[in-house]
Ligand binder design. Structure first.
Ligand SMILES: Cc1cc2nc3c(=O)[nH]c(=O)nc-3n(C[C@H](O)[C@H](O)[C@H](O)COP(=O)(O)OP(=O)(O)OC[C@H]3O[C@@H](n4cnc5c(N)ncnc54)[C@H](O)[C@@H]3O)c2cc1C
Length: 383
């Protein structure tokens, strides 16, 4: 097995700073974020000042230039706090900026990245459509070249950060006859004529992080907003999602860490039947299983990171890590609720919030079923 890269002292220091920021600034506001389904504007400002929006953007554009090792280390830390907040940042510093950092030309980078690094402009990534979810190749959104413009028509749904984003990476068909090789990626600015953002969806969890549909009606964008060459959109989306799946796995490991330490703490303080929960062997074994699941998830996540860092495609490793870590989180949070008893069901305690938040990770960035399809497809591929 390829081993993971070491975390540098700089990344370790950054993780410590983020950990402190979460403890001092995010956690005290977490209940309010959950209840109001919004990130307070003062926290957004503090987050900008902290530099969290620029984590993965190259230093020359004002960011911290973290690679996948650093990004995943931060995701683990972010797994310890409000899920909506972590997703807003994780999406912006992941799938919503990757298109520009990897495919963007010098002009595009100079125009967008400094403002995205400072958090003045937040990013969104728009692939999914009403009839094209697990099968994004079934998309219908078109971008037709007309002189020095492209005309976009179509709809996107479930777009993370849509209500607050200024810059969207949008996938659209430029040449239907070429199938997935006719899908291209574009930078689309909020507020341009013909581009509208629908109302924020009410969701089971992930409160504080918006999810909304986008609509393009004869929406004209400058041809220079094409990312890379025509036809590179689908391959880029798949690459983006492969790395995205690893970062989701890393966040799940952080979430499991927190659930395990909270549950262990509770087991030491709660007494039933004349002894602490910690002294009931059945519960000890549940706690042990939680830790085993977390450690296995972390191992698979580290393997996927190492494969991608070594220049491998990492498709199998990323899908394996994602399906395992997200399902492990489901089991761990369920056990955490169970061990907390009635307390685990109470909103105020917060385990219930994680129970709802955790449900999304098996659906977005490729569902568990799609990850299994990918893994089986690779195993059954003819040489
Ligand atoms: C909160 C949230 C945020 C999101 N953020 C974004 C975003 O920022 N950008 C973006 O582009 N998209 C985003 N999505 C979309 C997300 O990626 C899709 O919801 C997901 O890929 C599943 O697509 P679907 O909802 O259309 O489900 P469907 O594709 O209709 O799937 C329904 C069920 O069938 C299963 N299924 C489908 N096809 C197969 C198959 N071939 N084999 C076996 N089982 C199958 C699925 O696993 C699932 O269980 C978000 C979704 C949510 C809920």
């Amino acid at each position: 097995m390829t081993m993971a890269h070491e975390i540098t002292p700089e990344v370790k220091m950054l993780c410590d700073e983020v950990e402190r920021f979460i403890r001092e600034q995010v956690e005290p506001r977490s209940r309010a974020i959950e209840e109001n389904d919004a990130i307070p504007s003062d926290l957004m400002q503090l987050t900008r000042e902290m530099g969290l929006f620029g984590l993965t953007i190259p230093e020359e554009y004002g960011g911290s230039g973290l690679n996948l090792v650093g990004k995943c280390a931060i995701e683990e830390v972010m797994g310890h706090t409000n899920y909506g907040f972590a997703t807003l940042i994780g999406n912006h510093t992941g799938i919503s900026t990757t298109g520009i950092t990897s495919l963007g030309n010098a002009v595009q980078k100079k125009k967008y990245l400094p403002k995205m690094a400072s958090g003045e402009w937040i990013g969104g990534f728009a692939l999914t459509e009403p009839q094209a979810g697990s099968d994004p190749a079934a998309m219908l959104t078109t971008a037709v070249r007309k002189g020095d413009r492209y005309i976009l028509n179509g709809e996107k749904i479930y777009i993370t950060n849509a209500s607050v984003a200024q810059v969207f990476t949008v996938m659209a068909i430029t040449d239907k006859s070429k199938g997935v090789k006719g899908i291209s990626a574009f930078i689309v600015d909020r507020g341009i004529p013909g581009f509208s953002i629908g109302k924020n969806e009410l969701k089971m969890g992930m409160h504080g992080c918006s999810t909304a549909p986008l609509a393009f009606t004869d929406c004209e964008i400058p041809a220079e907003n094409l990312l890379g060459a025509e036809g590179m959109g689908y391959v880029q989306a798949l690459k983006t999602l492969t790395a995205g799946r690893v970062t989701v796995s890393a966040r799940c490991c952080g979430m499991m860490d927190k659930l395990i330490s909270r549950t262990a703490e509770y087991m030491k303080t709660r007494t039933q039947g004349g002894k602490r929960l910690a002294d009931h062997q059945g519960l000890q074994w549940m706690l042990a299983d939680m830790a085993i699941a977390r450690d296995a998830a972390r191992g698979l996540t580290q393997r996927a990171i190492a494969t991608l860092m070594a220049g491998g495609r990492g498709t199998m490793e990323a899908s394996t890590a994602k399906v395992y870590s997200t399902e492990a989180l489901g089991r761990v949070v369920d056990a955490a609720v169970q061990i907390h008893g009635g307390m685990g069901y109470m909103r105020e305690v917060g385990i219930e919030t994680t129970f709802r938040d955790a449900r999304i990770v098996r659906i977005y960035e490729g569902s568990s079923e799609i990850q299994r399809n990918i893994i089986a497809g690779l195993l059954l591929k003819d040489d």
